[in-house]
Design a protein around this ligand. Structure first.
Ligand SMILES: Cc1ncc(COP(=O)(O)O)c(C=O)c1O
Length: 411
């Protein structure tokens, strides 16, 4: 195999149809940001939009902004934008709460839709919040088993006592992608509902919820959608199920007529019944603006560049850092999302040393180094430069300094 050079990669950047998007982000100098799978970078337009919402809408127009600036419909307007990124129709997605809370809401709704069924199936490698929410809900309802199976064992685990199968489409550690259509069909064959967590999918790769006949889904606003720290999450309910859903968090924002202040709960029509309380408007305007930017890009170009960036990174680590103990933990495309992970027994310290040199990825215990590639603002040469820095750190042994071994509360 011929060696990859920086010039090769600069040529790819020159021909990159997404190159102009980088300018639209406020990236700090001297940083190669490979953690957009955890917290997306700041779009410049979001900074301006939030400033305007603070100064003009909140500061000047005050409570009138609910109507003047249409704050009230923001959850569904932003939801309709997300729908276009995940293969859903307008009216099937709403922005609300956090991913964890939305998981609770939809999982609880799924149990009600499948009375008499007593199991929720997931996998041990799912993100912990998904598993914790299922466990908590199971305890609350009583008599619910949270059954965990490795991907290869899902077919056996999904039997006719299962109410819902809940999986994260792109694994948060390895980036491994489930076959959404095949797994959804497996759930349906057993009479179960399928709930997808799209935290590492939305905005990162093409998703076709309708094409897969998915029932329910949730996802994050602050990762590849670049909505900002703690940005609200979203939830999806297929049109065909919406009228049957009885929301477990039956708050006033999901009421059919919130401003009638009726003492009895009546669910709103459609997806809006899945709202609960007053939305976090400042965060939501940020996410809404970030979505406009995302929707300007072509998802097939995003995916093609993401695959190229990830392939190049994996190949360069093999080329430049052979013998330093890195073990590739991600599958090749197309079974990989927009991240590449390596196992290394000293992964924590090496990641800290990389961050000190401006290459920001993250670490997941016990030994996983994660590198996320966001095609809208990462260049091919960034991949080359990041691996060059990794090589220097490994060859010089600077990663082994005591300061890089001290664990921070958030890694
Ligand atoms: C798959 C998955 N689900 C959910 C979450 C987080 O949920 P929340 O935003 O409620 O903290 C994450 C966070 O990284 C995640 O990776």
């Amino acid at each position: 195999m011929t060696a990859i050079t920086r010039d090769d990669l600069a040529a790819r950047d020159a021909a990159d149809p997404l190159a102009a998007f980088r300018e639209r982000f406020a990236l700090p100098d001297g940083v190669i940001y490979l953690d957009g799978n955890s917290l997306g970078a700041l779009p410049k337009a979001v900074k301006d939009r939030i400033a305007k919402a603070v100064a003009e809408e909140w500061g000047h127009d005050l409570i009138r902004s609910w109507n003047l600036h249409d704050w009230f419909s923001l959850p569904s307007r932003a939801g309709d934008k997300i729908a276009r990124l995940i293969g859903a129709q307008a009216g099937e997605v709403v922005v609300a709460d956090s991913t964890s809370v939305n998981l609770f809401k939809l999982l609880a709704a799924a149990l009600k839709l499948r009375p008499g069924r007593t199991a929720i199936v997931s996998e041990p490698g799912n993100f912990p919040t998904d598993l914790y929410v299922a466990q908590g809900l199971g305890e609350l309802v009583g008599g619910i088993e949270v059954r965990l199976a490795e991907p290869e064992g899902l077919a056996d685990a999904i039997s006719d006592d299962v109410a819902a199968v809940m999986l994260t489409h792109v694994n948060y550690k390895t980036g491994r992608v489930h076959d959404m259509k095949a797994v959804t069909a497996m759930a349906h064959d057993a009479g179960a509902l399928m709930l997808w967590d799209l935290a590492h999918s939305a905005g990162a790769l093409p998703v076709d919820l309708n094409g897969a006949d998915a029932d329910l889904a949730v996802g994050c606003g602050y990762k590849y959608l670049n909505g900002g720290p703690g940005a609200p999450a979203f939830l999806y309910v297929a049109h065909r199920l919406q009228d049957d859903i009885r929301p477990p968090l039956s708050g006033w924002m999901g009421h059919a007529a919130p401003f009638e202040f009726d003492i009895d709960y009546r669910p709103a029509e459609g997806i809006a019944r899945n709202l609960c309380g007053t939305p976090a408007i400042l965060s939501m305007v940020g996410l809404d603006t970030a979505l406009d930017l995302m929707l300007e890009a072509d998802m097939s170009e995003i995916r093609a560049k993401s695959i190229a960036l990830c392939d190049t990174f994996a190949a360069l680590v093999a080329q430049e850092c052979a013998g330093h103990g890195f073990e590739l933990a991600s599958p090749p495309a197309p079974e990989r999302g927009s991240q590449v992970s390596f196992r290394h027994e000293d992964g924590y310290a090496i990641m800290q040393a990389l961050i000190a040199r401006g290459v920001i990825g993250d670490f997941r215990a016990p030994d996983l180094m994660r590198f996320g590639f966001t095609p809208l603002y990462i260049r091919h040469v960034d991949v080359f430069d990041a691996v060059a820095i990794l090589k220097e750190i490994m060859e010089s042994g600077t990663w082994n300094a005591a300061e890089f071994h001290a664990r921070a509360a958030v890694t």
